[in-house]
Design a protein around this ligand. Structure first.
Ligand SMILES: Nc1nc2c(ncn2[C@@H]2O[C@H](COP(=O)(O)OP(=O)(O)OP(=O)(O)O)[C@@H](O)[C@H]2O)c(=O)[nH]1
Ligand SMILES: [Mg+2]
Length: 448
């Protein structure tokens, strides 16, 4: 499965739904797992949803409570035997491990079951490879997968060379193949990096023209309802699905609000617990919208049993992409799905967190208040100023009109008197322009 679509991504073949694989989930239940602290949480619900998105049916699961995964075999040896029996009984094709595992752990599980082993990182990357639509997303996922395989090849290689100790007769075709593979992968990685850099450069130019706007990005756990909210707020025609990782590309739309400058809203890729490191690194450019936003709206599925864990993992990922200190409002979504007792919990969360909202992006309830607060924020951000410009420099006023809203404009004997409301960040630029024109600080005026 994962291997097949990895190949597919490389060959750029059209994706087709083939026969679904049957998998057994293997999971070490460690104390940090949400199901260990929250009652009624099915410990395999998320990996099952991930598997489903990747076209895999989970037919059984083998779980073991442990303080931490076993370094060599992930779970105990006895559990591996149980796993092998379950796999045989259910005629499973593969083992899905709900954690990122080491190559050694993978090899040991593979040896015990004689089945292909796919870990959580590989599964997530597989879904990304299936869902990638744009050129940029396709390159990003290919890069992440190659880096993942490269790190495995290197580790396998270190392991082999240590075992064989460079003794006479050990330099066989295997080694040569490994070296060739490593060289090909390295070359491909640097090529993909170059292509991504080019795409990123183009995006940077586009971003410059967005500098004068108020920029807001929707972030959050996958399936929280970011795209649904984006659709409701801007009318954007974007994909909404009850699936994990439907959105892999940032899309930005103008949000028509009663403000004298543009407000741009971006929908971004969702996060999940244990998001693979290579994936976060590769999606650097896609996540730029979040990094450069003036405000993040963290969309949370309030009906999720693991809401605290989901929020925490999003916050941690935001830190990983250097957004930890961004202004961030909490938007608790799917209010319409909340049972009465959960509504009370939500009231607590709302009271604890300043700038938090309860909405239903689906039905639209609560959205008005969010919009109202955004407009208020926009108004607060608006900078104003009064100026007196000589008639001979009416050209400057014409330019100013592009980046500001001129509230009053009086043509008096001693010059043009202006009361101006600026788009975000434009006031300082305008005053520098006045300085360059030799009009500063004389052009400053207390009243018009
Ligand atoms: N009941 C209910 N369902 C909602 C609400 N908002 C979104 N959904 C549903 O939740 C599912 C996920 O919604 P999306 O908007 O695609 O979620 P997302 O956060 O963009 O997800 P990814 O792009 O996959 O990370 C869809 O089936 C939506 O119809 C809501 O307020 N109430
Ligand atoms: Mg989405």
């Amino acid at each position: 499965m994962a291997k097949q679509s990895f190949d597919r991504a490389h060959q750029d073949l059209p994706q087709q739904e083939t026969e679904r694989d049957r998998a057994i989930v293997l999971k070490a239940l460690t104390p940090g797992d949400p199901s260990e602290t929250v009652s009624n949480v099915d410990p395999i619900a998320e990996i099952t949803a991930l598997a489903d998105t990747a076209g895999v049916d989970v037919v059984d699961s083998v779980l073991q409570k442990r303080p931490k995964p076993h370094t060599a075999t992930y779970v105990g040896k006895g559990k591996l035997e149980e796993l092998a029996e379950a796999a045989q009984e259910h005629e499973a094709h593969l083992i899905l491990v709900d954690d990122p595992i080491s190559p050694a752990q993978g090899r040991n599980i593979e040896a015990a079951t004689e089945l292909r082993v796919v870990d959580r990182s590989e599964l997530i990357m597989d879904i990304f490879a299936r869902n990638a639509r744009t050129h940029q997303a396709k390159i990003q996922i290919e890069l992440a997968q190659l880096k993942y395989f490269q790190s495995r090849l290197t580790r396998m290689w270190t392991h082999l060379s240590r075992m064989e100790g460079g003794a006479v007769g050990t330099r066989g075709p295997g080694e040569t193949q490994l070296e060739t593979d490593r060289r090909i992968i390295r070359r491909k990685i640097s090529l993909l990096h170059k292509r991504l850099d080019e795409i990123e450069k183009q995006a940077n130019t586009q971003n410059k023209s967005r500098a004068e706007s108020l920029r807001i990005a929707l972030v959050g756990y996958t399936n929280a309802g970011k795209s649904t909210l984006m659709k409701r707020l801007t009318g954007a025609d974007i994909l909404v699905q009850d699936r994990l990782f439907s959105t892999l590309d940032t899309s930005t739309r103008k949000w028509e609000l009663d403000l004298p400058f543009d407000v741009l809203l971006s929908d971004t890729v969702g996060f999940i617990r244990k998001l693979p490191h290579d994936l976060v690194a590769s999606f650097h450019a896609t996540l730029m919208e979040a990094r450069e936003a003036d405000l993040l709206l963290h969309v949370i599925d309030a009906s999720s049993l693991t809401v605290d864990f989901d929020m925490e993992s999003v916050e941690r990922t935001l830190q990983r992409i250097s957004c930890g200190d961004h202004p961030c409002w909490l938007v608790f979504n799917k209010l319409d799905r909340l049972q009465e007792e959960r509504r009370i919990d939500l009231q607590h969360l709302l009271a604890e967190n300043e700038n938090s909202f309860a909405i239903s992006a689906g039905t639209g309830s609560g959205v008005d208040l969010l919009v109202e607060k955004i407009v208020e924020l926009g108004q607060q951000r608006q900078e104003s100023g009064s100026y007196q410009i000589p008639h001979s420099r009416a050209d400057l006023v014409a330019k100013l009109r592009q980046n500001a809203h001129i509230e009053t404009e009086n043509f008096l004997e001693d010059g043009i008197h202006l009361e101006v409301l600026f788009k975000p960040g434009m006031k300082s630029r305008w005053e520098s322009a006045l300085q360059e024109a030799g009009l500063w600080p004389q052009a400053r005026s207390e009243s018009s």
